[in-house]
Write a protein that binds this ligand. Sequence first.
Ligand code: MSP
Length: 648
Amino acid sequence: MTKFYITTAISYVNDDPHIGHMYEAIVTDVIARHRRRMGDDVRFLTGTDEHGQKIERAAAKEGIPPIELADRVVRTHHEVQKKLNVTPDDFIRTTEARHRIGVLELIRRIQERNPDDIYLGEHSGWYCQSEETFIPENQVKDGTPGPGGTGTDQDGHKVEWTTERNYFFALSRYADRLLAYYREHPTFVAPPTRLNEVVSFVSQGLRDLSISRSTIKWGIPFPGNPDHVIYVWMDALTNYIAALGFGSEEHSQFDRYWPADMHIIGKDIVRFHAVYWPAFLMAAGVELPKQVVAHGFWLRDQVKISKSLGNVVRPYNIIEDFGADALRYYVTREMVFGQDQDYSDQSLLTRYNADLANDLGNTLSRAIKMSDSYFGGRTPPERCFVNDLRDVAEKVVPEYLRQMEELAFQRAIEAAWELLNAINSYIVTREPWKLFKEQGASGALSRIIWDTLEALRIVWVMMAPFIPASTREALSRLGADPEGIDAEALEWGGLAASVPVRVADPIFPRADVALYIGEKKTMDETMPPAESTPAEAVPEVAPITIDQFMAVDLRVADVRAAERVPKSKKLIRLSVFTGDAERTIVAGIGTRYAPEELVGRKVVIVANLQPAKLMGVESNGMVLAASIDGDPILLSVDPNVPAGTKVR
Ligand code: MSP
């Protein structure tokens, strides 16, 4: 069994977790779940970074001791993780004894192996409290160096000219060793753009690093000099080994899991993980982690979401109303791993409707309904091992696994969708409802429905790390083992014949996006009101995104019956067939068309329009027609296109 140790960054406890922290926890959980089901011995660590000035100040502002603030925020982290179905194996707090033991042991080992690497010295420079780090001179704007000087850094944070007599770590001695290490381990930092940044930073030469503070009380006392506390980053980074028992008598976890296979972090803290951390470990003679992987930022209106910028997003209402999987799916599907992405409730719900409610959820309901009604509430009796869907599954599963390996979640999900789309085309072209009418529950029908259910089972198994709760539910409705999501479950043939299926309400009930956004305040409540901007000329037809367009379910339908709506010149009541069912649509085309000429015609309809009553008749959809001065002309469709086919 291969061991796999994966960690998130540990979050500061000066504020509750927001979408950025949730994202990091979710992607790490996705990777951990995937590795676990592929048979690895996984250890997933997360936690909180509780020392330092940031926390000291936030607590003072509230008039409470720092530990009280930390305890409160940690509780929120646990609650949020539970809600999100994030299941770490361990959660470390830097205020725990095991953490302190690990930090002190790291310093002890450095002092023992390289006595000159830690020394007492003096340093002056621009210090940024928000980042808890010194900022290079060339990154400071509007500041005159010298006592009392202030300025701003590149991110707009205040910096202060600070002189400190502190303990230093001889980081400058490690530049060459680090560069050699990056050369020999080109995947040490991912994605490659981040490695390039690190290499260029280190190539300019490194300055020694101040690793203690005498101005702060809230921290781990420096060994041998309790007037100083250990610099927060040296403290925080050590969590990754302290959690495994580094420095304790009981260090079997350290022996088993270290070095870490992946440190998952945001792109803002790459330097700490890819420069300072390996240098500390080299000095202490501890093995280096295998990989530091940096993700991008969640933005709000193109600006990074963060407490200090006051634009945080905590989509608690969405999780409450649509389930954790709605958020888990959105953040992994929408963001290209490594790049930045703008967050909005609107885009989340649009994607939820189009992908989860419509594609994934509807296909499942439709297939289970057919099996239920054709085969007496069970999966079909005859299974099938040679068919088109199996070929597609056997093509997309390896592709999916490759993309999961690369952390290209978006592409992995796209691979699952290739199979899902193939299933939908398969249903439309095989027309099982016709077969049932003609032959009843025949062997041929059995094989078609079983193929459909089996391919769907594989789609859901692929989706398991992303949407674990819904997957469990879907598999149990399909008659499959809800826990069966391992590597073997990705192979064709897992679904049993003649086992009960379960017809139930949609797993992902559709969201009325406009209504929801209007009614609920899903963004963070502490958000400052948006500043009013001058009115802009609104184009006649505002452009929409591809996602908004994809949310419209356009389908080909056969007109089976048509009659005028009594007392109306314009309205015709149509009965249309959409591939698996008939529905009524009331169309305002009576001024141009007679009912008789409509029967047998193919039309394009909007299939997911909310039902509406027109002259007392409920209409379930809309027929598309061009309008020349109000005169409707139906769109024509090639007669070979089967009813139910999607129009894009
Ligand atoms: N405490 C340090 C990490 C120490 S690790 C040894 C820290 N904490 S943090 O709370 O500011 O951030 C925790 C993680 O969340 C970091 O990886 C950070 O990059 C990530 N995010 C914070 N805001 C983010 C977004 N807006 N978007 C995505 N992730 C971002 O840094």
